[in-house]
Design a protein around this ligand. Structure first.
Ligand SMILES: Nc1ncnc2c1ncn2[C@@H]1O[C@H](COP(=O)(O)OP(=O)(O)OP(=O)(O)O)[C@@H](O)[C@H]1O
Ligand SMILES: [Mg+2]
Length: 234
């Protein structure tokens, strides 16, 4: 997948659908004919009831899944009909993802969890370690570098996950309900971090959430209903 020199939106979805086949002839609609344009530097908040398609949309934008129909371009890559190895490469370099349940590897230390995507991308261990330590220092995690995820608080786990999402310097951060497992103080801290990444470091940030915490920072609000965009699409 050749990275094009790009003009215009960083994310462009044209009539993107994801249908989940079930047994027999049945299927469930995840999202249906979504049109969406997100420019570089935006902070997008995606809202919608449980089951409205937020996680489905974020998985597609992050290359964890592929559209059933439609065209999807993210960071100059064509994600519809991409080969698995192209999606792997895309996930390693173009996007960083943060999840509600943190998704840290339980048998690796904080430092190792953060370093892993960089090592998988083929960066040298020394350079990787320096960058991981710098990121974790910025996130006030230096005293916890050698801790295992099971020894961390929820806020510390999410800060570790954010450092991991940033290690390969992605253009886009995708966060799926990032404050869902946090108390109000840690939730506010995580939203402040994401807003900071957007404002100070010009990262494009997309947050799917039920919470209103990120609303004041949003440049675009998208509302989903039954898999379709009811406001904020293109
Ligand atoms: N792997 C799957 N197989 C079958 N159906 C799925 C799958 N993943 C999601 N769905 C269905 O697709 C629809 C959208 O789900 P999705 O997880 O995207 O919603 P959501 O907005 O993220 O909800 P929540 O707020 O609860 O996280 C739902 O009807 C869901 O049941
Ligand atoms: Mg979800």
């Amino acid at each position: 997948m050749i990275k094009n020199s790009r003009q215009g939106p960083l994310i462009r979805a044209e009539a993107v659908s994801r249908v989940y086949p079930l047994s027999g002839n049945r299927s469930v609609i995840g999202i249906h004919r979504i049109d969406l344009r997100i420019d570089p530097g935006e902070l997008v908040v995606i809202k919608g009831e449980s089951g409205s398609g937020k996680s489905t949309l974020l998985s597609l934008l992050g290359g964890l899944d592929s559209p059933s129909e439609g065209r999807l371009f993210v960071a100059g890559r064509k994600l519809h009909r991409a080969r698995p190895e192209e999606l792997t490469q895309f996930r390693r370099t173009a996007v960083g993802m943060v999840f509600q349940s943190f998704n840290l590897l339980p048998t690796l230390t904080v430092l190792e969890n953060v370093a892993l995507p960089s090592l998988l991308a083929g960066n040298p261990p020394g350079q990787t370690r320096t960058r991981a330590e710098e990121l974790l220092d910025w996130l006030s995690m230096t005293p916890r570098l050698d801790h295992m995820p099971g020894q961390l608080s929820g806020g510390e786990m999410q800060r570790t996950a954010i450092a991991r999402a940033l290690i390969n310097d992605p253009e886009i951060i995708l966060a799926d309900e990032p404050t869902g497992n946090l108390d109000s103080r840690n939730a506010a801290a995580v939203v402040a971090l994401l807003a900071d990444l957007n404002r100070r470091w010009q990262r494009t940030v997309v947050i799917a959430t039920h919470s209103d915490l990120a609303d004041p920072h949003a440049t675009l609000q998208v509302r989903l209903l039954d898999g379709a965009i009811v406001s904020g699409g293109s």
